[in-house]
Each structure stands twice: as C-alpha cells, then as structure tokens.
Design a binder for this molecule. Structure first.
Ligand code: ADP
Ligand code: MG
Length: 312
C-alpha cells in the first residue's frame, strides 16, 4: 500500500456485542470466549489493511458474572460497579488485543500497533436513568425466581436478567488521545462495556455505580473522533420489523426517518435492539455518514454494503 492510500484511510468503528465472546447457550469458559472472538477479529484484521480501526465492546455477561462472583464471597470487601466495569475493560481488552495480534501475524502483518485503553465516560448526575434500573447484565434465567435474589430483574428476549442503572453517555474523556492514536495508525480498543461511568466534580472525575450502554457510548465516541463508518455487530443478521413474529422482515436499509417511525411503533425493544437503533440514528444525524447493524459473522460483508441493515 502506498503512502497516499494510507493517508486516505477511512475510520471504521466496530462495536462488538456480547456474543462476540459468549454465544447463546454457552457456559462462557475462557476457551470458548477466545474461540468465538477469532470470528470477528479475523475480519477486523483484514479490514485494517483498508481502514483505521476502533474497536469497542460490551461487557454485560462478564460484568454480571463478576457481580455473581463477589456476591458469593464475604471474605473481601465488595467492589462498586464502576470498578467491575474497569476490570472487564482489562479482561476483554486483553482478549481482543491478543487475538488481534495473532490474526494480524497470520496475515503477515507484523507492525500494526494495537492499544487497549481504560476509558472514562462522563454521565450527568441528574440523569433520570439513575432512578430506573434498565440495563440487563449477567446470565439470563428461564424463571424469574432463579435470578439473583434482592436485585431488580427484568424480562428480556433472552430470559429474566438482573438490571442496573444505565445513564446516557455525555462525552468520552479520552477522545483526544483516541483520535491521536488513530491518526498514528494504532488500532484502538476502547470504551469497553460502555466505558467507566464518571461524573464531573469540578476538574476531577468520580466513578458512579452504573453501566453505560456500549452502543450509545460508541455512537458518542464515533461522533467525537469523526468516524466514517459505525458498525454494530451482534447476534442477528440485521434489523427486522416484527422481530420474532411470523411476518418478521429483515431490512437492508432504513432512512433516519423510517428508523424513527419504526422505533416509535415499538419494533425495537429498549433492552436490546432499541439502543442500537438510537445509537445508529444519533451517529447518522450528527455525521451524515452511514451506520450498519449486522452479525458478528458478516462484519466484512456489511462494511462492503453486502450484509446487515444500513441506516443513512
Ligand atoms: P448485544 O449483546 O450484541 O448488544 P442484544 O441482546 O442487546 O445484543 O441485542 C440483540 C438482540 O436484539 C437480538 O438477539 C434480538 O433478539 C433482539 N431484537 C429485538 N428486536 C429486534 C429487531 N427488531 N430486529 C433484530 N433483533 C431484535
Ligand atoms: Mg446489548
């Protein structure tokens, strides 16, 4: 690749959903997580030849598992959610980074620098979401009574799950650093689990007990660093109308206006597809560029406009 082409590389942000690591019905061992990760990361390694890459990721299952682990142990002090989110940025960042490193090597690409960044995301302390736990985390249970006792639980398409408060992301604290790294051709892994939620206290930040939605945080980041393509990878081929019903219909494209209408008509529930649509709409509205929602298996095809649902 010549210098000129390198200078013109567009920025692609890939937001990886929970199933990039743990698939439906799996126990979620470390071996399974590494094996699953190879699928999206192989494609991202190939895409890095043509695009500057930012990777963000969810942490719902992992942060929920950490909570279960600490609930099971009374010998050490309990950690607040913001610390557990930081832990998942470390564990998942490591897994993505090392998988990406080996996939790049397999392709004979030996000099692409990669960095995973502990990321803070500012939220508004007066966000009404603090009074209404809504974000599902941890395992899903067939029966409500099997879910962890003493915590709010909600029914999701995947079963009953524990829910935590999830304020909206206002700004990504490290946006300038991330932009600089991208400009220097680093592949950047950041905003894991939606970022560590913090509120401003004068010039300082302090962590809050919450989990930010990773799709909304990714959209904010995409806007703030000037991403060209915003891709959300999950466990369905794209966005459907009447999802799960006999007249379900997957869409190749949606305009902003159509997306808004379908959202109001109730096609996209708040715990799952809703935030992805909101995130995609927010990005398209602010940037005038395209967002794509697709499956983990079809990331590369979706970048080429051959898979997934495009919002523009
Ligand atoms: P992730 O972990 O990737 O964020 P989520 O479970 O939060 O995944 O969201 C993806 C899920 O959204 C799909 O597995 C599907 O069950 C659900 N879903 C709800 N409504 C729709 C829709 N209209 N089209 C496609 N999927 C939908
Ligand atoms: Mg989700």
């Amino acid at each position: 690749m010549n210098k000129k082409k390198k200078a013109q590389k567009q920025i692609l942000l890939v937001a990886l959903g929970g199933n990039a690591l743990i698939r439906k019905g799996e126990e979620g061992t470390v071996e399974q997580q590494f094996k699953n990760l190879a699928v999206p990361i192989r494609q991202i390694a190939m895409l890095s030849l043509d695009y500057k890459i930012i990777i963000t990721h969810g942490n719902g299952p992992q942060v929920g598992n950490l909570l279960l682990q600490q609930d099971a142990c009374d010998e050490v002090p309990k950690l607040p959610l913001e610390i557990l989110v930081a832990q998942t940025q470390g564990q998942i960042g490591y897994m993505i980074e090392s998988t990406l490193d080996s996939q790049l090597m397999d392709l004979g690409i030996h000099f692409t620098p990669i960095v995973s960044l502990i990321s803070y995301v500012v939220v508004d302390e007066n966000d009404p979401a603090f009074c209404d736990p809504s974000k599902p985390i941890g395992p899903s249970y067939k029966r409500k009574k099997d879910a962890p006792a003493g915590y709010p639980v909600k029914k999701t398409p995947k079963g009953y799950r524990r829910v935590v408060v999830s304020p909206k992301p206002a700004t990504i604290v490290e946006k300038r650093e991330i932009k600089q790294l991208i400009d220097q051709n680093f592949i950047v892994i950041c905003c894991g689990g939606g970022g560590i939620p913090v509120i401003r206290e004068g010039r300082a930040f302090s962590g809050v007990d919450a989990v930010i939605d990773k799709d909304l945080a990714s959209a904010k980041l995409a806007e703030e660093v000037g991403v060209d393509i915003f891709l959300i990878a999950t466990d369905v081929p794209g966005v459907a109308l009447n999802y799960g019903k006999s007249d379900q219909q997957f869409l190749n494209t949606m305009t902003l206006q159509q997306a808004g209408q379908y959202l109001s008509a109730g096609h996209f529930p708040s715990g799952s597809m809703g935030p992805k649509i909101e995130a995609a709409m927010q990005f398209v509205r602010h940037s005038g560029k395209r967002a794509v929602i697709t499956s983990i298996e079809e990331i590369a095809a979706a970048v080429d406009g051959k898979a997934g649902t495009e919002i523009r």
